[in-house]
Design a protein around this ligand. Structure first.
Ligand SMILES: NC(=O)c1ccc[n+]([C@@H]2O[C@H](COP(=O)([O-])OP(=O)(O)OC[C@H]3O[C@@H](n4cnc5c(N)ncnc54)[C@H](O)[C@@H]3O)[C@@H](O)[C@H]2O)c1
Length: 270
């Protein structure tokens, strides 16, 4: 069987983990063929650790790859997806917040080019049930995120409201509203709200609550889905990635699981 040629844009916590898995565990099904990072030293270092001499420019990465994995930044994820799809490449997107406003174009372009777009569930559980519920009628999707107050340091929206995270001593609701506003005001919460919106009822109807909680040590996401099929409630307590404390370890594992589902013949789950 022909091996799937994989190129990775962004060689940080997620990109490094994915590259190592492709090079080590998926050798018989896939080949790591290109690495690109805006900081070239990171791509060079990762190439040394995985497959030699595959650090390259962005355009070369697209031309070499069957599947382009974006693991860089919400600022560039739409551009990466668009350029990959225009060349007929499949694409996996990690910085999901960056494509939220381009969902229709993403789908139109992929279908025109007969290419596929993969968006892993990331740091949340319940996306399988959300997709299945959406085949019927969904009346409510709500995510409540709890993080330690210090996770919110530097958030412009809070500064403008005069909220000082380091002074928070008890559970405090920092935001309650639609996902489309949550992703604007809380960029570090952008991916979970974006995945949930895209998989379910969109960013205007998906509700988000963000709570600063001094007692929590992990990032906790609770999701409630109410539909014709009943009520689903999930709670995910995320361990943080050792190389990037802004990234949940589960998000990396979710990307690896998505990759395995692409290259392996049996697919389990919704
Ligand atoms: N879907 C999810 O659930 C989920 C969860 C965690 C993180 N993420 C997102 O995935 C992305 C990667 O996360 P990470 O933890 O690996 O981050 P990271 O900061 O560890 O690594 C990002 C890498 O991308 C590089 N980069 C930045 N802009 C670039 C550009 N324009 N072109 C090429 N390279 C660029 C950086 O130099 C860095 O090496 C982030 O956008 C993050 O928000 C998604």
């Amino acid at each position: 069987m022909k091996k799937l040629k994989i190129g990775i844009v962004g060689c940080g916590a997620i990109g490094c983990s994915l590259a190592k898995v492709v090079a080590r565990d998926l050798k018989s099904e896939a080949a790591l063929c290109a690495l690109y990072d805006i900081d070239e030293s990171k791509a060079l270092r990762l190439s040394e650790l995985t497959v030699k001499n595959i650090s390259c420019g962005f355009d070369t990465l697209i031309s070499r790859s069957d599947l382009v994995i974006e693991a860089a930044s919400a600022k560039c994820s739409w551009m990466v997806a668009r350029k990959a799809l225009e060349k007929g490449r499949d694409v996996m997107i990690m910085s999901v917040g960056g494509v939220l406003d381009h969902a229709k174009e993403l789908s139109r372009l992929a279908s025109k080019q007969k290419a596929r777009v993969y968006i892993p569930s990331g740091a949340i559980s319940g996306v399988d049930a959300l997709k299945a519920s959406g085949v019927g009628k969904i009346s409510k999707v709500m995510i409540t995120t709890r993080k330690h107050p210090l996770s919110f340091q530097g958030v412009e929206y809070l500064k403008n409201k005069g909220v000082r995270p380091e002074k928070i001593r008890q559970d405090t609701v920092l935001f309650s509203g639609p996902a489309k506003d949550a992703v604007k005001y809380f960029p570090q919460n952008i991916n979970v709200a974006a995945v949930l919106s895209l998989a379910g009822i969109g960013s205007s109807k998906t509700q988000v609550r963000i709570i600063a909680s001094p007692l929590v040590k992990r990032n906790i996401h609770e999701i409630e889905i109410v539909s014709d099929a009943g009520r689903v409630f999930t709670r995910t307590e995320n361990v943080l990635h050792p190389d990037n404390p802004k990234t949940s370890y589960l998000a990396v594992l979710s990307a690896i699981a998505t990759l395995k589902a692409i290259v392996r013949p049996v697919s389990i789950g919704t």
